[in-house]
Design a protein around this ligand. Structure first.
Ligand SMILES: NC(=O)c1ccc[n+]([C@@H]2O[C@H](COP(=O)([O-])OP(=O)(O)OC[C@H]3O[C@@H](n4cnc5c(N)ncnc54)[C@H](O)[C@@H]3O)[C@@H](O)[C@H]2O)c1
Ligand SMILES: [Zn+2]
Length: 390
């Protein structure tokens, strides 16, 4: 027998830049990002979320004017790929296929760029497409929802559905760069502005009590989508996610622990059960409520802590009840979550605000009672979001 132990390390670094109006002539962010890619000319395929385009029809012209600047020596593909926004582009392989067709048609190489501007779903689907074209062409993400700017668009993962299962196909593929342009959020509706707060509340609960307190203090400003409150929420949330990826020792999630997925076992199932009509952030807010209730009933957090968590979720605008809760099969959802993570069951719970803990066993009757408690919330208990008819 002969064994050769192959071993090497690959270092990744990519900038995550926060700016406003990235395509304006005086903004150097994108130029700086492209300068990291070597000598021009650089070829760029623009990809735009159809929901963003409908709300901001001037965007393709702004991209063209920016790219036409002579100093940049860019070759912009004058045929942006428009991708249906939301879960449909992850469920239906149509746009992944169209992306690959355009890469072939325009002879894009592994040093060319896909400049993908959109919500988390478009970034996930097009990230998967970019990672699989020629085994990976350079991806510049420009997240255009608050959730994509503080979580979905900044990390190392992409995914699409397969056989109705969310995120079944996907890769770990760090982007070339992420440009978080706050001006893109100007056209976002209230529902999607709110959705991003769920991931910030999530990461504050498992990592940073001070951040939780600041979110709690800013809850009324966040409910009004006040720009400074939203922007500092986005920046701190992104920072905590990036810090985790950098320092956890497991950026490509080879182990079973997935602390950033606090509240997500239920959220993923609720998204599937509602056919994507529940936004990821809305489902995560419900998932956080379930796992916080469980943490309380298992004696791990105090009643006042639970009350603060539920109050923050509701006061920033989340509805913690959805009819799909009545059909949520806890055992099956936990088992599918375990299968997706790989290895043994590993669920993050809370041992205090700002402090997550991984457990490998869930008391099913107790968890079911938590789901039932939320399912039984009376309309009186419900949030302003429910009152607004969300
Ligand atoms: N890869 C990851 O690490 C990761 C992390 C978290 C979430 N996700 C995924 O992200 C997805 C959710 O992303 P999301 O919350 O950004 O929602 P989304 O991508 O579903 O977008 C929501 C809606 O907003 C529209 N839209 C996007 N930007 C807009 C703008 N600026 N103006 C007007 N409309 C706009 C879209 O067309 C869509 O209709 C889920 O599929 C989730 O699984 C991925
Ligand atoms: Zn999430």
């Amino acid at each position: 027998m002969r064994e050769i132990l192959q071993s090497f390390r690959v270092a990744y670094d990519y900038p995550v830049v926060f700016t406003r109006n990235a395509f304006s002539p005086s903004n150097c962010t994108l130029t700086g990002v492209l300068a990291r890619g070597g000598a021009p000319p650089q070829r760029i395929l623009p990809v735009i979320d159809a929901g963003l385009l409908a709300a901001d029809p001037g965007l393709p012209d702004r991209i063209e004017s920016w790219a036409a600047r002579s100093d940049l020596q860019l070759e912009l593909i004058r045929e942006p790929l428009i991708v249906r926004g939301g879960e449909i582009c992850k469920r239906d392989p149509k746009e992944v296929r169209e992306f690959h067709d355009l890469v072939a048609k325009h002879s894009l190489c592994r040093h060319s760029y896909a400049l993908v501007i959109g919500g988390g779903a478009v970034l996930d689907a097009m990230g998967y497409a970019a990672a699989t074209a020629h085994r990976g062409i350079r991806l510049i993400r420009m997240p255009s929802t608050s959730l994509a700017q503080n979580d979905a668009g900044i990390g190392v993962k992409n995914a699409v559905y397969f056989a109705g299962r969310k995120n079944f196909l996907g890769t770990f593929a760090p982007p070339f760069a992420v440009v978080n342009d706050f001006a893109l959020l100007d056209s976002l509706d209230e529902r999607d502005l709110c959705a991003g707060s769920a991931e910030a509340i999530k990461v504050s609960l498992i990592r940073d009590a001070d951040f939780f307190r600041s979110l709690y203090e800013a809850r009324h400003a966040l409910a009004r989508f006040d720009a400074p409150a939203m922007e500092s929420m986005i920046v701190r949330c992104a920072e905590l996610h990036l810090e985790h990826i950098q320092t956890s020792g497991d950026p490509f999630e080879l182990g079973s622990a997935r602390p950033l997925d606090f509240g997500h076992w239920a959220a993923h199932k609720l998204e599937e059960l509602t056919g994507g009509s529940l936004r990821h952030g809305e489902a995560v807010a419900i998932g956080i409520a379930i796992d916080s209730l469980y943490s309380r009933r298992a004696g791990m957090i105090a009643e006042e802590e639970l009350e603060q968590i539920l109050a923050l979720l509701e006061e920033v605008g989340f509805d913690l009840y959805h009819p799909a809760l009545r059909t949520l099969e806890v055992e099956r959802a936990l088992s599918e979550f375990r299968e997706h993570l790989g290895g043994k069951l590993c669920i993050t719970l809370l041992k205090g605000i700002g402090s997550g803990i991984e457990v490998d066993h869930i008391d099913l009757p107790l968890m079911k009672s938590c789901v039932e408690s939320l399912a039984q919330r009376s309309p009186r208990d419900r949030s302003p979001a429910a009152a607004r008819g969300r």
